[in-house]
Design a binder for this molecule. Structure first.
Ligand code: PDD
Length: 286
């Protein structure tokens, strides 16, 4: 059984590092009222944040997309102190960053002159070298909005989809929009057919995962052909391999999609090759 998640000991909130129990925000925070905010999650592996710049750059881009002004460089400079006070100077961990628009009387349109609410915390987490156990997944209609490129805190659609997966004893739910598989509730999805790797293009229907980008780079390096195409649901039974990618999911083979067993329920050769190349990258510090 996986260990249930616990609260972090320290939280960075608006410039201060506090005991988690003392970190309080207003009930009028627009993050609480509207889910009006952006978040980011990155993993520290062997003393370095994996693809740190890519994560921070996505945070900047997403803040720009929803017109929240926040200095990400200042935020970044606070990370070492947060890790130190959290007792995680040398530990592998996950860092969560959240920036909301801030506090204002409830009204959909927002005032321009408010301070964003900025929060970060880290917790110890050692990711496996390779995520070994292939996952079962289910498919559900994508009932989310059409700006899935924004890494926003309003995750109700993703939460509902992940609950659906749990209720079916599965790890993930793959979203299907107009018959095309897009991504999953907290990860991106890839397919392999005839040694060609397929994944949905990075448009407004998926979050362009950093792990997804790393996998595309690895495919190029390894000479694996890639097609940035969304796959129709009816092609699922014809797939040789399928896998998920995400910051904590890393590269995870899919063994079953609904009732269709993929790759004989085992990790396929291309997935394995990418997992090994990904491990090399982690070991050499990206
Ligand atoms: N989830 N798609 C969705 C909808 C996601 O929420 C995530 C990440 C990804 C993969 O992105 P990345 O490779 O950058 O982690 C794709 C994070 C980890 C989360 O919500 O906890």
């Amino acid at each position: 059984m996986p260990k249930p998640p616990s609260y972090p000991s320290k939280v960075f909130l608006n410039g201060e590092i506090l005991n988690a129990a003392d970190a309080k925000i207003s009930v009028f925070d627009r993050g609480f009222i509207f889910g009006d905010g952006i978040y980011e999650v990155m993993a520290r592996i062997g003393g370095q944040f994996f693809y740190r710049e890519a994560h921070l750059s996505r945070l900047r881009t997403c803040l720009d997309k929803i017109d929240i002004s926040c200095n990400v460089d200042t935020l970044e400079s606070e990370i070492p102190r947060l890790l130190e006070l959290s007792g995680l100077e040398t530990a592998d961990c996950l860092l969560y960053i959240q920036v909301t628009r801030g506090v204002a009387p409830r009204q959909h349109s927002y005032p321009r002159d408010i301070q964003p609410t900025v929060m970060m915390y880290a917790w110890a987490k050692t990711l496996p070298d390779i995520n070994e156990t292939p996952a079962s997944v289910v498919v559900q209609k994508d009932y989310r909005w059409s700006r899935c490129d924004i890494k926003m805190t309003s995750l109700l659609g993703n939460v509902m989809a992940n609950e659906f997966a749990m209720a079916h004893d599965c790890y993930e739910t793959l979203f299907e929009r107009d018959g095309i598989l897009t991504e999953a509730s907290h990860s991106n999805v890839f397919f392999v057919k005839n040694r060609i790797v397929y994944t949905h293009p990075a448009n407004c229907y998926i979050l362009d995962g950093i792990t997804r980008q790393v996998v595309l780079e690895l495919c190029e390096k390894l000479g694996i052909e890639v097609r940035l195409e969304g796959l129709p649901v009816q092609d699922i039974p014809n797939m040789d391999e399928a896998f998920l990618t995400g910051t904590s999911t890393q590269i995870l083979a899919i063994r079953k999609i609904d009732d269709h067993v993929i790759s004989g329920g085992r990790v396929g050769p291309i997935t394995r090759k990418l997992q090994e190349a990904f491990l090399d990258l982690k070991n050499t510090g990206a």
